[in-house]
Design a binder for this molecule. Structure first.
Ligand code: G3P
Ligand code: MG
Length: 372
């Protein structure tokens, strides 16, 4: 591998391979960089081998997140080489003039991200609790905390007047909820309301005799989850529940109330993030554009990207996504599993990677050796 590393160093040709690195469990554990993460990324930058960071994490604007990572890893990272869970929400122009609910994250950081993306009317579950404390009896003790960042609602909750009552047109789960109880209750209220009109009950609420009078629609507003991860690698030595854990809890509540999928009442949801194809398509386009930018060659001189090494710690997201992604550009996505996160060394991963290695530096060394 050392000879290979020198080989690439000697090459002047723009490499036809690149990397996509997962973050949690590969480069950092919560806020702590992993031992050889800086060495790996610095080496690639010294060799002008392109890479992007592709994470199911989020909760801050991309610019804030890359500034944090650049300082923690002591490697210059910019937003052109960064894709996080809710990045694709920025392209959802069809909702930007509507009233949307943003769920998850610290304080109202995610509301601020949504507004930076161009969403004009953003409501959070804490806004509703502050305006109507009885909506969730068990977070009263948090009202003083919430009062630091809640906003007045754009309309009252008044089920007697459906046309003027607060209506949520879509729900976006940006990051892990900090108050699962409040967020599950409010999302249940929205998703089982008549067309998003807060304070109403749709027939799906398990009682088909509910009157449908005066309401335009009985349908469930769409809900977008930005991250499917049931588990993720934080600082604790065992994996922690992720946004997928919250979604499973909410789907349990949905099934208990409506009968759920067994009764044909699916929660209509869109789950984004790794391992799903749209996320990898989005990431590949970002990587191709970034490679062109850093090689400063005009497009006709640059040979196409032949291979992307997807380095991750979670077989269910990073490895499954890398293995199953079929690039429209014919690029080979080769998954590499590291043992510094969710995956436990010595066990059989649920999705078999191209290679299993110790850590991110081993991943880079092995990949470069394949390219010599
Ligand atoms: O919330 C972050 C967690 O789901 C995993 O993030 O970087 O390992 O995709 P990452
Ligand atoms: Mg990870």
């Amino acid at each position: 591998a050392r000879r290979a590393l020198q080989t690439v160093a000697a090459a002047s040709k723009i490499p036809e391979f690149a990397f996509a690195f997962d973050i949690d469990g590969v480069l950092v554990r919560s806020s702590d960089p992993l031992p050889r993460a800086t060495k790996a990324l610095s080496y690639l930058q010294s060799q002008r081998i392109p890479f992007i960071l592709l994470t199911n994490g989020g909760g801050k604007h991309e610019s804030e997140r890359v500034a944090d990572l650049s300082s923690k890893l002591d490697v210059q990272i910019d937003t052109s080489m960064f894709v996080q869970s809710h990045t694709p929400f920025a392209d959802m122009d069809q909702y930007k003039d509507k009233t949307v609910m943003v769920v998850g994250g610290d304080g109202d950081k995610c509301r601020k991200v949504a507004e930076a993306y161009g969403f004009k009317t953003v409501v959070t579950p804490a806004d509703i609790l502050s305006a109507y404390p009885d909506v969730w009896p068990f977070s009263q003790q948090l009202l003083p905390y919430y009062s630091n960042f809640t906003r007045p609602l754009p309309a009252p909750i008044d089920p007697s007047s459906p046309s003027t009552s607060l209506r949520i047109d879509a729900v976006f789960v940006y990051n892990d909820p900090r108050d699962w109880g409040l967020d599950a209750q409010i999302m249940k209220d929205v998703l089982l309301s008549k067309g998003g009109v807060l304070g109403t009950l749709s027939s799906k609420n398990g009682d088909t005799s509910l009157p449908n009078n005066g309401y335009q629609q009985d349908n469930q507003p769409p809900v977008y989850f930005s991250n499917p991860d049931l588990l993720w690698a934080a600082k604790y030595h065992l994996p922690r529940l992720g946004q997928g854990g919250f979604r499973e809890a909410l789907e349990g509540i949905w099934a208990a109330i409506t009968g759920g999928p067994t009764k044909g009442v699916e929660l209509q949801k869109i789950v984004m993030g790794k391992p799903y194809k749209p996320t990898y398509e989005f990431a590949e386009k970002r990587l191709i554009a970034h490679r062109k930018a850093i090689t400063q060659t005009n497009n006709k001189d640059l040979d196409p990207l032949r291979r992307v090494y997807m380095v991750g710690d979670n077989p269910a997201s990073d490895i499954a996504g890398g293995n199953n992604y079929t690039s429209p550009y014919g690029t080979d996505w080769a998954s590499i599993l590291v043992q510094t996160g969710v995956y436990v060394e010595g066990t059989t991963p649920e999705h078999q990677p191209r290679k299993i290695v110790g850590d991110v530096w081993d991943a880079v060394a092995w990949a470069v050796a394949q390219e010599k």
